[in-house]
Ligand binder design. Structure first.
Ligand code: SF4
Length: 328
């Protein structure tokens, strides 16, 4: 039995500019299991948010999904008509993003904003059932039922983000994408909102893709992590193995750059800059910054390969890809 709720294969997204195509997502493949919490991490510009928008089919021109496959419970999302995809959003796959709370309609009460989402998706509820469901949704996200009669300006940032979560789960989707959902909030509220999100996920039996760059938050909130760099998925593994024993040189530097609580050190940062996605270096995109680069890295691009059970890495130092290191 296939326990994957989402299968992503060779997903490619380009932004077409006068200077040429910016390869924002460069052939990304991964699975999301039922009930799983997957984190996508990477520096800004690594392509993680573009993956989220592509899964929702919300890439806007000059961006374009150039190819690949996205299957939600067996349904090929990239082949659906625009109208069918609109119906799948919220009902099958929903997203809460960092800016979601600013997208609430300032002149509509919370009740109407949730009602609009339900009506837009032809949710078959009587008026009374709809009112009851909205009250229940608000309670589930940790808001009082009375919040239904409030306008967004009467709510704090954390409360607004809770309303956005209520809208995202109003049709009980199987997959929830959370793109830095709490980064605009203070640390205490962040923690509360993440706790709410996790208890909702468990209640709904949904799977979550959490996107972010805060490794501390990831360590607490996900089961498995995918690390992105320059539009590529370069390492995947369970949160424990990836934190204890990172394989890819970029992941190792990412882990080493984390501030140590014990030593109260500041974050060190990774030397060098991410390459231009307009002009990717030949070979491994990380080679200009990689302390372990050897000749082959400069000419041949590594692909993500399984090197241990449930562990993938795109680097010539590992697995079948490791040939040529000694020769250089
Ligand atoms: Fe470094 Fe080469 Fe591995 Fe790329 S393929 S991460 S350059 S060792």
């Amino acid at each position: 039995m296939n326990s994957n709720i989402l299968e992503v294969r060779d997903l490619r997204v380009h932004y077409h500019t006068r200077q040429g195509a910016v390869r924002a997502v460069n052939g990304v493949s991964f699975d999301l299991h039922a009930n799983e919490r997957l984190g996508l991490v990477g520096e800004s510009g690594s392509g993680k948010s573009t993956v989220a928008l592509a899964l929702m089919r919300l890439i806007k021109p000059p961006g374009k999904i150039e190819g690949g496959q996205v299957k939600l419970d067996g349904l090929s999302l990239l082949e659906l008509s625009g109208e069918k995809m609109r119906q799948i959003r919220l009902a099958g796959i929903a997203m809460v993003s960092q800016g979601a709370m600013n997208s609430l309609n300032p002149v509509a009460r919370v009740r109407r904003q949730i009602e609009d989402a339900l009506r837009d998706h032809n949710a078959k509820l009587t008026k009374r059932e709809r009112a009851e469901w909205i009250g229940e949704l608000l309670e589930r996200v940790g808001l009082p039922r009375t919040a239904a009669e409030m306008y967004p300006h009467e709510l704090s940032g954390g409360m607004k983000q809770r309303v956005c979560i209520a809208i995202a789960i109003c049709l009980q989707p199987k997959v929830i994408i959370a793109d830095e959902p709490t980064s605009a909030l203070d640390v205490v509220v962040q923690h509360q909102v993440m706790t709410t999100l996790e208890s909702l996920r468990a209640e709904l039996g949904a799977s979550v893709i959490l996107i972010g760059h805060d490794m501390g938050l990831m360590a607490q909130a996900v089961d498995r992590v995918g690390v992105m760099y320059a539009g590529d998925l370069i390492e995947t593994g369970s949160v424990e193995t990836l934190f204890k024993d990172p394989l890819h040189p970029y992941t190792r530097l990412l882990m080493a750059s984390l501030p140590s609580l014990a030593q109260k050190e500041a974050a060190k940062g990774i030397p060098g800059l991410m390459p231009s996605l307009l002009n990717r270096p030949t070979g491994c995109p990380f080679h200009p910054r990689c302390p372990d680069a050897f000749d082959r890295c400069r000419v041949e691009e590594p692909t993500l390969q399984t090197v241990q059970p449930n562990r993938g890495v795109a680097c010539h130092l590992y697995g079948n890809d490791s040939a040529g290191r000694e020769a250089s």
